[in-house]
Design a protein around this ligand. Structure first.
Ligand code: G3H
Ligand code: ZN
Length: 286
């Protein structure tokens, strides 16, 4: 059934575990994520990013409504989250499109501007009962930017700034830059667990890890033990999907029915989802 992101995260936080949030690009992603979460026996978040909306010709509703239907029919609780929103116009469509939460991404702006824009987003969201996540520091690596910046200590979230930012904005969760970066295809990110510990002490709201595809099984489990409550995963599913499709097309260079290779891609994503959920301390399958 459909759940609210805020409820899933609150429940996870009370039990010191995390909820995995997977990025949805196609209907097959949504189906695979629900299937994988069912196999793991765990709640899950379907998140659609502003980039995915752009891919769908700028229209958020068709994919969001399909994802909502998948969530509704799942046997585990599934919520819908609008991810990495920079456009206020898109943010303002969140409720209408069926999202119970959004991540407002003003992390690239200077601190004062990020704070002001995030504060406005929070006010808007809370008036509508939406749960709002924001980012401080820069995870980096989005839209093909060089990921190197994200590993620079200057891009990391500062605990004192984080404390003031959360108090001044009223955000429900904070995405932190602690050593991961987006779109990594190797799982060798080194998480600064000492910094994560300081952030956890400084900030009263749940912490979110972005770019989680780049972290190893051990690093992810340790990050959750260290206070991460929402684990955002995108690229790992795309690696699984594309690999399976590539394999199928290499084996069969005559077939034209997309269902054949898309089914392979979907199965591979579902397996990845189940495996990644189970390795988090959240994984009920454990
Ligand atoms: O918000 C989405 C995540 O941060 C996904 O990052 O594609 O590197 O796993 P990833
Ligand atoms: Zn992200």
């Amino acid at each position: 059934p459909i759940a609210a992101t805020g409820d899933l995260i609150a429940e996870a936080a009370a039990q010191q575990r995390a909820v995995a949030a997977f990025n949805v690009i196609t209907l097959e992603h949504a189906e695979a994520i629900a299937e994988g979460a069912e196999a793991a026996g765990s709640p899950v978040i379907l998140q659609i990013s502003e980039n995915a909306v752009a891919y769908h010709r700028g229209r958020p509703r068709p994919l969001a409504r399909a994802a909502a239907e998948v969530a509704d029919q799942a046997t585990v609780p599934v919520s819908l989250h609008l991810d990495h929103v920079q456009s206020t116009e898109l943010l303002h469509r969140a409720a209408d499109c069926g999202f119970s939460s959004a991540m407002f991404d003003a992390a690239k702006l200077p601190y004062a501007e990020n704070l002001a824009a995030t504060r406005a987003a929070v006010l808007w969201a809370h008036e509508r009962g939406l749960w709002l996540e924001a980012e401080l520091g820069q995870v980096g690596g989005k839209n093909g930017e060089p990921a190197l910046d994200a590993h620079a200590p200057g891009a990391r979230t500062d605990p004192d700034e984080a404390r003031s930012f959360v108090a001044a904005t009223g955000v429900d969760a904070l995405a932190v830059a602690v050593g991961t970066s987006h779109a990594m295809t190797s799982r060798d990110a080194v998480i600064d667990h000492a910094l994560l510990g300081r952030l956890r002490e400084a900030v009263p709201v749940p912490l979110v890890l972005h770019g989680s595809s780049g972290a190893s099984d051990e690093e992810l489990a340790r990050a959750v033990a260290g206070g991460i409550r929402k684990v955002n995963i995108g690229t790992a599913l795309n690696i699984a999907m594309t690999g399976a499709i590539r394999e199928r097309l290499a084996r069969d260079d005559r077939g034209v029915d997309p269902r054949r290779y898309l089914a392979d891609g979907r199965d591979a994503m579902a397996r990845t989802v189940a495996r990644m959920i189970s390795l988090l301390p959240s994984g009920r399958a454990q």
